[in-house]
Design a protein around this ligand. Sequence first.
Ligand SMILES: [Zn+2]
Length: 641
Amino acid sequence: MVSSKQQQKSYDPDRAAWLASEIMRHKRLYYAGRPEISDIDYDKLEDELKLLAPNHPVLGIVGAVNIESANSKVTHDLPMLSLDKTYDVKDLLKWASGHEVMGTLKVDGTSMSLVYREGRFSLAKTRGDGRQGEDVTAKLKWVADAIPQIDVVESFEVRGELYCSESNFLSLAEEMQSLGLERPSSPRNIVAGILGRKVHGELARYFNFFAFDVIGLNSFKSEMEKIAWLDKNGFRLPEPRLLKKPSDLEAYLDHVKQKMEEDEIGCDGAVFSYNDLATHEELGATAHHPRYKLSFKWQGETARSKISKIEWATSRLGIVTPVAVIEPVELSGAKITNITLHNAAHVRAYNLKSGDFIELVRSGEVIPKFLSVVTSAVGHCDIPATCPSCRSTLISDDVRIKCMNHHGCPAQQAGVILNWIRAVNVEDLSEKRLQQMIDAGLVSSIPDLYKLSMEDLLTLPATKEKMAKKLFENIQSSKTAPLAMFLNGLGIEGAGQTTWEKLLEVFHSLEKIRKTAVEDIIAIDGFAEKSAQQIIEGLTRQSKLIDQLLVVGLTPEAPISHSDGPRPLDGMSFVITGALSRPRKEIEDLIKKAGGRMVSSVSKATSVLVTNETDSASSKMIKAKELGIKIWSEAELMNQV
Ligand SMILES: [Zn+2]
């Protein structure tokens, strides 16, 4: 028998929610006469859920699903006041000055109060008008993370936000359609919609609950102590952080912005609260708002437009992604002509097609995004069955559709090469120019780039001697790209530039990194088994490509090992222009030996321009002055190396 303490530790709301969902799905299939699994496998699902959440309502359902519950009104013991809000960072910083503050995500859902009597979940109320809400207890029993197994016997109240994530929304929309219900319009509206329904309360299992407050227990001195208690008892939290100074607040707002870009949880700002609870007591509340909390939102602007058509494009990993081309519309000062629709399931869930009138939103500097359908055109969405690039049959991979023709698909090949060009920073080689090289049959893989001659480049459209020379030199100089950039260019899933840099601190050469095993990576702080496996698999898969790149002359420089100590020009990039006192090759070697890197043209990323002609009017000189890049004479360089 497992003790309650151990059970609590192993409680995983995601697992419970998944089990409940699977049980519901198999029940439906069974009663529809189309069972997918054996009775034994079905019982296993129920047994596991019984262990995780013995009171889960799915376990009480007998026969076909048909649950009915109407909501009655209930009063809040302590009113649920709304929060004062600001759109101005200056106001926020002024309000916060002199206080330690807790920040949390401001999630767009329905505010709830959950009452636990003697440690057991007993009542769930919506916020309603703040004084009186609706009793939605039966529906909240379906929300796995609203009822963790709590190891306390006191009575208390937890407040938080019930919301529907983007990915759950896609499954929910599908299930609602199969039940013959109306298609839900957005994750933002669906929570209130389901809570208000008389039947199909079980659809609330697609929701999540973020806890942000606990009331009725007197032992807390700060917001962070409350959060620690909620965390210990298994509640899911809206990414709380303790913020001690103004720069912490600004960094947190950046974090929130990033969450908004990800678009998985509908958040539109952040909520801040003074950490010290004695200050809460002292300040109290106005008739409408507590004085110790403030919510921050970005001024969001919305616009409406019509979808002209939906275009599908294949990425380097084979994922076929939809983009809506819309009638041009102004939004926060920018003209918007197209907007991403994320994935195939998204298009299906909203039944998106040309002629639909949609609403877009842009808040903060976040990229504009699709918000909802205003009026739907007649007909059904059209999800492609074949790859727009190579015409091979697409497979369905969770919410996405995928082209599996990894070696023969032109769009994937172009994507792979473009990813390399960006990773090793080949300047002046745009996507368009790459496409010209591919169309001309000059390039079909990364190593092909390094086999290009000046003559080859001169055959490209609108390419004169000067441009061809520049391209040739830029491609050649990327042969010495630092090892981390080289590895990043291989496009291995689960590892970006910073991941490689971190790995190279431990494994100092390409040779060593190729011999690394999963266990070696897990041993490094911050690496999980899954990403370690992805890295090793990726390296193995790209082994042939690495060899080919070495054959065509790439010499990815390894970072210096600690025993060598740092070098004077580590991490700096150099451009040389004009005549110097000794051969250019000699100067370049000195720079490289001192840890510097040669690049052929001046850009924002260039560290130093080396020249003896400081009053020259060469284009490199003009650009360096424009960009405020350091200019060294040969003598100054010699002092450094
Ligand atoms: Zn394809």
